[in-house]
Design a protein around this ligand. Structure first.
Ligand SMILES: Cc1cc2nc3c(=O)[nH]c(=O)nc-3n(C[C@H](O)[C@H](O)[C@H](O)COP(=O)(O)O)c2cc1C
Length: 336
């Protein structure tokens, strides 16, 4: 075959270099772009090293990490649902010390910031994990998963109670100087007081949302399907709920919000930016296509280029209600 007849290889899409996709989440944590991989769906990053150029991601939220190793919940642990999946992995992980020993050195060699997702059953659990992560090279920040039962309060989740959410955030804040993100649960009537309590307690940013609580029934109809009975619903089915929560929280707090829930294409990213998120996480969709997050980075840059923007920031908050201008004192004077 001559060179001239060789099939044309389409060039790999490359982000236009003149579009600024960087975003600061507080305390000096700057992501090179706003596309992050969600906790529990990208392992510790190393698992995808052969398939994905991790350094092109905005950040990696690693698997939920606890003080002691956890074997996780009984099987079955996952099932498909319309537009999503239910999982009850139960925070299977080797414990914080093993995570640091096994992965931190690899993370130091990466440009991509790695945020360690931290879970626990008591405030002191969270504090101890944060303390051990503090100052570890390769750890760029902490994402607190507070959707865990608080043993000290009879199993009540930290995430569904403003004072418990504030208490655990404040305690972790005192324990570490690392950038601190706190992940909101959708399983509440009104998330705004909880988001405000977390902000008051010193979090640098919020991530929203974790999975919605659900169950499935076994084919025999004799018992619930999942070994743990309850699972977390994720995927496109939860996007409208996550959009509503980001929309509400963006109007209630000043700290940055990273949106999560059912992202499968650029339109989802643009929707979340429009309701006030500064970045998004991709979760369940990674199982079908681990390269999706990097395509989204390129597509976001291309979209900015198409709109003549040199930064994606003008896309943030465009669907939020316009702020009312304060009424003019002069106008009041002249009112009949
Ligand atoms: C299999 C699986 C494991 C998860 N593990 C965690 C976890 O350890 N910690 C956490 O904060 N969120 C965890 N999540 C929740 C995701 O990070 C994300 O918040 C949720 O799935 C919604 O995003 P998605 O619809 O894009 O998947 C997990 C989700 C899935 C599907």
């Amino acid at each position: 075959m001559t060179r001239a007849s060789a099939p044309a290889v389409p060039p790999l899409p490359v982000a236009p270099p003149d579009v600024d996709l960087s975003v600061e989440l507080g305390r000096g944590l700057v992501l090179p772009n706003p596309i992050v991989v969600a906790s529990g769906t990208f392992g510790y990053g190393v698992e995808y090293g052969d398939v994905v150029d991790v350094d092109r991601l905005g950040a990696i939220c690693c698997k939920g990490t606890t003080l002691k190793p956890r074997i996780g919940n009984p099987t079955p642990r996952v099932t498909e649902t319309p537009g999503g999946m239910l999982n009850s992995i139960g925070l299977q992980n080797p414990g914080v010390d093993a995570v640091i020993e096994k992965y931190a050195e690899t993370w130091t060699g990466w440009k991509v910031p790695v945020l360690v997702n931290v879970a626990g059953e008591s405030v002191s659990d969270y504090v101890e994990v944060a303390r051990r992560l503090d100052g570890v090279p390769g750890v760029a920040g902490i994402e607190l998963n507070i959707s865990c039962p608080n043993v000290g309060r009879g199993g009540l989740q930290f995430a569904i109670d403003a004072s418990a959410a504030g208490e655990v955030t404040a305690a972790v804040r005192r324990a570490t100087d690392l950038p601190l993100l706190v992940k909101l649960s959708p399983n509440v009537a009104d998330v705004r007081p909880i988001a405000k309590a977390i902000q008051e307690a010193g979090a640098d940013a919020l991530t929203a949302i974790n999975t919605l609580s659900g169950i499935a029934v076994s084919p025999s109809r004799e018992r619930p399907l999942l070994g743990n009975v309850f699972g977390g619903l994720s995927g496109p089915a939860i996007k409208p709920v996550a959009l509503r929560i980001v929309y509400e929280v963006a109007q209630a707090v000043k700290i940055p919000i990273v949106a999560i829930g059912g992202v499968t294409e650029l339109a989802d990213v643009l929707d979340y930016l429009a309701v006030g998120a500064v970045a998004v996480q991709v979760g369940t969709a990674i199982f079908a296509d681990p390269t999706l997050p990097i395509r989204l980075v390129d597509q976001l840059a291309e979209e900015c280029g198409r709109r003549g923007l040199d930064s994606y920031r003008p896309l943030i908050g465009t669907a939020l209600p316009r702020k009312q201008a304060p009424s003019s004192a002069k106008g009041a004077e002249y009112r009949p």
